[in-house]
Design a protein around this ligand. Structure first.
Ligand SMILES: Nc1ncnc2c1ncn2[C@@H]1O[C@H](COP(=O)(O)OP(=O)(O)OP(=O)(O)O)[C@@H](O)[C@H]1O
Ligand SMILES: [Mg+2]
Length: 602
């Protein structure tokens, strides 16, 4: 996980791992549209608390007025009122839960959409640097944690807070001295809960990070299952998984231990305080029965219980709040990452293009790396020509392809399209004119048609077939069980490597781009098919510029010109035959033995 993506966060964790709830507070503006529902939930909570606090008052009256024998006729009305209150508050609580669910799931839905939209805008190098498991955890479970807290925890906390204040007032109304005893005896619980919250925050963040790592292991094992099996590495993968699962277990157990300690202390401290109340209250009843009745004591014990409850629940809500704030921190780490590749302030769209791309003294170093891949690289790809780029493996050919369609910006020099710096054009228009087909084709788990429509959303079936014909993919697509509607990709019909490459190529050409960048997209296709595809592409894309990255001489023969990349610079250019005659380095690159090529030219 890259370390520099935390920009904008309130600062590194301090020694104890506590962080102000700032990350959560930053989500506050997003709750604005739900203000009405929050207010409604608060209002209903007020009703719940009022009904609950009123109940002991009638218990007291029953004890003092009815049971003492003074007004036996008041039993029925008091009992009915108590029953009414006892029925009212659960009904209100039901309504409150419904409103909080409405808020919570609404918020979760919005946050998830925002996060997803944000991730779509981030540059390729962001995705290079983040493990996908990490992203999945943040988009799924971290947001769910925030939802639980903001939607349920916060409203509950509000209700508990209110209950605490109401009960406190009632305690003072009944007996000020006993009220002070009750408060003093609950203070240690609050202190213990606060200390616990700091510890819990640390544990919670650690557990969430570890879960992200575990997701990554599962995902890699699933996508790389063939390789793992081929090398017989199942035991090692299982061991890795077990070790990670074990560390999550350990962290969670630390959390449980902390919770257990809190709970035990809580129960002990609260038990002590109840004993105190009963002792002092009992003495009052014995010595001053006129100012402190048995009903008062009964009411007091009820209130004491009601005071205890919010304090005890507070520990749980604090824990939930800590989890949510750790989750919020992790979500903000994503939201605070800004795309490196974005439209510069004065960026202009390029409506039409002649398809001329130039690299002018381009240098490039990948972020997070200090090895320069290109240094003073010059290349002029003329409008309408097919230029093949050749170089040993790792020489930077894919990098050149990525720079040409602005997946990265050069660290020095410039790349121009029709003489204009790519950075002065809108990203959208650059990508519209320059389309790349990569060597490793990713097809989505949708139908063949939908995969192709990614390249041109409004394409007709005729255009889809036309592109498939150009990529020589039409024959096998016709044989598929549901033809164009056959679902492919990870969850669909399995295609061979060469078939997938051809579908991906069809997706690249369907939009008839002015510049087609083919990064070895036909490496899994046989020589004859490749030649057929190349000529079909020329027919279909007359006048289009093509940057072709390939190794096979048969492919290179099709190019108008070949450029040889060596040590980050343009080494030579010419036709296949010219280079064969004049450039020993070229011959050796073709011989596909990189070390030999290096030695010959050393
Ligand atoms: N995202 C990245 N971050 C850091 N370094 C990278 C990244 N992608 C590639 N590199 C490095 O840049 C160098 C050039 O890579 P590139 O993929 O452009 O080579 P290539 O010529 O396309 O190789 P091949 O013929 O094997 O496809 C390699 O040394 C590679 O390790
Ligand atoms: Mg490559």
């Amino acid at each position: 996980m890259p370390g520099d993506t935390t920009g904008g966060l309130p600062g590194p964790l301090d020694a104890r791992g506590a962080r102000p709830a700032g990350s959560l507070r930053r989500f506050l503006p997003q709750t604005k549209p739900h203000r009405f529902n929050f207010a409604l939930a608060a209002f209903v909570s007020l009703g719940i608390v009022t009904a609950q606090v009123a109940e002991p008052e009638f218990v007291k009256r029953i004890v003092d007025e009815v049971l003492s024998g003074k007004f036996p006729q008041r039993l029925v009305p008091y009992a009915l009122i108590t029953l009414g209150l006892g029925l009212t508050w659960p009904c209100l609580a039901f309504c409150r839960r419904h409103i909080s669910a409405w808020i919570a799931f609404g918020l979760e839905y919005e946050m998830r959409n925002d996060l997803y939209a944000h991730m779509q805008h981030l540059s390729v190098d962001f995705h290079d640097g983040w493990q996908s498991g990490e992203l999945v955890t943040r988009a799924v479970s971290d947001i769910a944690r925030i939802r639980r807290y903001v939607g349920f925890g916060l409203i509950f906390m509000f209700q508990m807070g209110m209950q605490f204040v109401f009960v406190l007032v009632m305690l003072f109304v009944v007996d000020a001295r006993l009220a002070v005893i009750a408060i003093v005896s609950t203070a240690p619980v609050i202190i213990v809960s606060y200390r616990f919250s700091i510890l819990y925050h640390q544990i919670s963040r650690q557990s969430q990070d570890q879960q992200g790592d575990l997701t990554t292991i599962v995902e890699e094992s699933a996508t790389g299952v063939r390789i793992i099996k081929a090398f017989g590495r199942m035991p090692e993968r299982s061991a890795l998984f077990r070790a990670q699962a074990q560390s999550i277990f350990n962290t969670n157990m630390r959390g449980v231990a902390a919770r257990k300690r809190l709970w035990t202390l809580d129960v002990f401290l609260l038990g002590m305080s109840i004993i105190g109340i009963v002792l002092f209250g009992g003495l009052q009843v014995i010595h001053n029965p006129n100012t402190f009745s048995i009903g008062d004591l009964a009411q007091f014990v009820f209130y004491q219980q009601m005071l205890v409850w919010p304090v005890r629940e507070m520990g749980w809500i604090i824990a939930q709040g800590q989890e949510a704030s750790a989750a919020a921190e992790r979500v903000w780490e994503l939201l605070d990452t800004h795309p490196d590749i974005k439209d510069s302030p004065g960026a202009q769209p390029l409506e039409t293009s002649t398809g001329r791309i130039r690299f002018e003294n381009v240098s490039f170093t990948y972020p997070e790396s200090d090895t320069a891949i290109l240094e003073g690289f010059d290349l002029d790809i003329r409008s309408g020509e097919t230029l093949a780029l050749v170089g040993i493996t790792g020489s930077g050919k894919t990098t050149v392809a990525a720079l040409a369609s602005r997946f990265y910006d050069p660290t020095g020099g410039r790349v121009t399209l029709d003489g204009r710096d790519l950075r002065d054009l809108t990203v959208r228009s650059v990508r519209k004119h320059a389309t790349v087909a990569f060597e490793d084709p990713i097809l989505f788990s949708v139908s063949i048609r939908e995969n192709l429509l990614m390249g041109k959303p409004d394409a007709t079936d005729e255009e889809v077939w036309d592109a498939l014909v150009a990529a020589r993919a039409d024959d096998f697509v016709r044989e598929l069980p549901w033809v164009l509607d056959t679902r492919v990709g990870e969850q669909g019909y399995s295609l061979s490597g060469g078939q997938r490459q051809r579908v991906a190529l069809a997706r690249a050409v369907i939009g008839r781009p002015r510049i087609l960048i083919l990064d070895n997209p036909l490496s899994s296709v046989d020589v004859h098919t490749e030649a057929a595809i190349e000529s079909a592409l020329r027919e279909r894309l007359p006048g289009s510029t093509c940057l072709l990255i390939a190794h096979r001489p048969s492919t290179l023969l099709l190019a108008d010109r070949i450029a040889v990349l060596r040590d980050g610079k343009l080494h030579s250019t010419g036709t296949h035959h010219e280079l064969l005659v004049n450039d020993p380095y070229y011959r050796n690159v073709l011989a596909a033995d990189a070390t030999e090529a290096e030695e010959v030219n050393a």
